[in-house]
Design a protein around this ligand. Structure first.
Ligand SMILES: *Cc1c(COP(=O)(O)O)cnc(C)c1O
Length: 285
């Protein structure tokens, strides 16, 4: 039996339904989060739900729960479904109302749904790396919002998969922004390069953990825009996300990165990242 959350209630998945008039269905009018579960415990949950509240605020959608309450919901889903290695998906739409573009009245409350699912670490990809394909970044200019509107991301990812690649890398005006659902990093002469956290990227929680790991390890970081040409010339390239962690990128549009194997800085950051997971699992809450 799989229990899902819907507006305050935990219900069996098969018994749960959503209105056809949900604004998420019509407009993608909502925001979401994905939080990883290791050893039955949520990883960086405060950061994820902090960003969730911030995404909702940016689209002017008041939410009825605090960060602590959202953590409680996620923990209950993990516990009730017996998830050890997996993730929690949580989204909020602007609720159910007849299809009119402008916001419904204040009496219409957000539709909040969530579930927890098994999803082990992608050990093969973490070790061997993935190929990526570039795509024109045709997204809107508020990529800092983790919005349900993912059509450009879906199209780019599909083209990448059809080309046998694991991720699409967006390029806007020659500048590498991010992946379709990940952040992109390059390493050149021991220095880490990644796009700054502007409106043009989603500031990943994993990205933030990696930057902290770099500070702790005295690895130099340049949060500056860099071109696709520069990315191609990097010694190492990797991507980060909640479910992909730190995944090496071994080729870009069929062109090998470095010697085509995961590089030393990437591997070192993977080890430091793994330690943060072990620490989070040991903390009592
Ligand atoms: C979620 C997401 C990321 C990665 O963020 P994490 O918090 O590390 O999972 C990066 N880019 C986009 C477009 C995303 O939606």
């Amino acid at each position: 039996m799989t229990l899902y959350f819907k507006n305050g209630e935990y219900t069996e998945k098969d018994k749960l339904s959503i209105s056809i008039d949900d604004r998420g269905y019509y407009f993608g009018d909502g925001v979401y989060e994905v939080i990883k579960v290791y050893g039955g415990k949520l990883y960086t949950a405060e950061e994820h739900f902090g960003r969730f509240l911030s995404s909702a605020q940016k689209i002017r959608m008041p939410l009825p729960y605090t960060v602590e309450e959202f953590i409680g919901i996620a923990e209950e889903l993990v516990r009730a479904n017996g998830i050890s290695e997996g993730h929690v998906y949580l989204q909020a739409t602007r609720g159910v109302a007849p299809r009119i573009h402008n916001f419904p009245g204040d009496e219409v409350l957000p539709m909040i749904t969530a579930y927890a699912i098994d999803n082990p670490q992608p050990l093969g990809k973490l070790e061997m790396g993935v190929a990526v394909r570039t795509a024109d970044d045709i997204r809107w200019l508020r990529c800092d919002i983790k919005s349900l509107n993912l059509l450009a991301n879906v199209m780019a990812k599909q083209e990448a998969v059809e080309a046998g690649c694991g991720e699409a890398v967006f390029v806007r005006d020659g500048i590498v922004t991010e992946g379709s659902s990940s952040n992109i990093f390059g390493v050149k002469d021991g220095i880490l390069y990644t796009h700054p956290a502007t409106n043009l990227i989603l500031n990943g929680i994993t990205r933030r953990v990696v930057l902290k790991c770099c500070a702790a390890e005295s690895i130099g970081v340049m949060e500056e825009p860099y071109t696709l040409e520069e990315l191609r010339g990097m010694d190492e390239v990797f991507l980060t996300s909640t479910t992909s962690e730190i995944t090496p990128i071994i080729s870009i549009d069929g062109e090998t990165v470095g010697d085509g194997t995961p590089g030393p800085v990437t591997s070192r950051l993977q080890r430091v990242f793994e330690k943060t997971i072990q620490q989070a699992m040991q903390e009592t809450n």
